[in-house]
Design a binder for this molecule. Structure first.
Ligand code: DSN
Length: 426
């Protein structure tokens, strides 16, 4: 077969883009060579519908070993009792939880997407908002923190069956205990989606939601630094409180419902090559060097947030406890939209994403915010001393976002510095 030069040239271009720039998208990271090796392995050839030891195809005895290893390592990372490593993504992990816990039309409560929440926590254009009755809580306008009083009040009045904590743009620690209390009071299931801070949690730098929630979901590729994918965890199995029964009238345990919801509920064959890559990433997360990495992610984020504040930018909630921060551009540049800011920064090889800020006056296509995060640049080897320099580059671009000469100068500085931080061993 002739080599597909078209696609491999595109991959080469993407590799160059990733290498020459400063990557500040809070949900992105660079995986290790071993994670990529496992993803690009012969395991991609195998069909393995079912679970280890209970498959619908022959020849699964080898992939059973790697899936079991992934399960054991993930349990160890979070002191979990039960896990499922098959979800293809975080959204699919969440979908499986909805399927296991709710009936179509049931009420659930999640953080408003425009206040930092996630699409799969109730957006009207997502399955969660389309098939279920989504209720939302906000962050407070004055301090940008989750409005726990509002959450409790809605929970008591509306009595949702499921309450979700977790966000895609929230830079503070959560009061899981408080949410669990109200969930217990009304008999709701409490789920935490820890996709963003999962790596910091595994390193013991943030509270472990497995101790507080009935069910925890995550992606594996953000701060965790594994392949793209999802997982579900529980600290303790429990009978489904809503009394979903089998055709024989038995009440099922939540682990059985979740396993059936992932497969055959929302997925077919698991991606065994990705599951092997997850196992590699989980193995890396159990090494002492992972804690050092996550401490540096947090230090870099705190230093970047300080530098932004010193330059006059507003950060929602005033800073960060984790790897990310949400900047409200309106304080420093009232006329500048997130859309224009994102484009100007990309032209300077600094990648971030436009993001709505709480109580935004602009639409999701324009936005007034930018979200920054440090997992990727920390993997690259950048330390806290470079954070003020990155912020000064951002500031130069945003101060004159249409000035191509200015942007070119910044880009040259970015490219010169980043050649000092090689990315791939091959
Ligand atoms: N798209 C992800 C993020 O950027 O946070 C969430 O799924």
């Amino acid at each position: 077969m002739t080599r597909d030069t078209q696609i491999f040239d595109i991959i080469r271009q993407e590799r160059e883009r990733q290498t020459r720039g400063i990557e500040l998208i809070a949900s992105e990271n660079y995986v290790s060579d071993q994670v990529m090796e496992a993803m690009g392995s012969v395991l991609t050839n195998k069909y393995a519908e079912g679970y280890p030891g209970k498959r619908y195809y022959g020849g699964c005895e080898v992939v059973d070993l790697s899936e079991k290893l992934a399960q054991e390592r993930l349990k160890q990372m979070y002191s979990a009792e039960w896990v499922n490593v098959q979800p293809h993504s975080g959204a699919q992990a969440n979908m499986a939880v909805f399927m296991a816990c709710l009936n179509a039309g049931d009420k659930f409560l999640g953080l408003n997407l425009s206040h930092g929440g996630h699409l799969s926590h109730g957006s009207p254009v997502n399955f969660s908002g389309l098939m279920f009755h989504a209720l939302e809580y906000n962050v407070r306008e004055d301090d940008g923190l989750v409005d726990y009083e509002q959450l409790e009040q809605i929970a008591r009045t509306e009595r949702p069956r499921l309450i979700i904590a977790g966000a895609s743009a929230y830079s503070r620690e959560w009061h899981y205990e408080r949410i669990r209390r109200v969930a217990d009071e009304i008999g709701a299931i409490f789920m935490v989606d820890m996709a963003h801070p999962a790596g910091l949690i595994a390193a013991g730098l943030l509270k472990n939601p497995v101790k507080y929630a009935h069910i925890v979901t995550s992606t594996t590729h953000k701060t965790m630094r594994g392949p793209r994918g999802g997982v579900i965890l529980m600290g303790k199995d429990f009978p489904n409180p809503w009394g979903k029964t089998t055709p024989k009238g038995e009440i099922k345990m939540m682990s059985q419902l979740l396993d059936s919801a992932v497969f055959p509920g929302v997925q077919g064959g698991p991606l065994e090559h990705v599951i092997a890559a997850k196992a590699v990433a989980f193995g890396e997360a159990l090494q002492p060097s992972y804690v050092d990495y996550q401490k540096q992610v947090k230090l870099n984020a705190a230093t970047m947030a300080d530098a932004l504040l010193k330059k006059g930018y507003k950060i929602i909630s005033g800073g960060t406890d984790n790897h990310c921060m949400l900047v409200d551009l309106r304080t420093k540049f009232p006329e500048l939209t997130g859309k224009v800011a994102e484009r100007a920064l990309v032209a300077a090889d600094i990648t971030s994403n436009k993001n709505m800020v709480p109580f935004d006056s602009r639409s999701a296509f324009q936005t007034s915010g930018l979200r920054f995060g440090t997992p990727a640049i920390t993997t690259r080897g950048l330390k806290e001393d470079l954070m003020p320099w990155i912020v000064s580059l951002i500031d130069r671009v945003l101060s004159d976002p249409e000035n191509e000469q200015n942007i070119l100068k910044v880009r040259n500085e970015v490219n010169a510095e980043m050649t000092k931080y090689p990315l791939f061993a091959w």
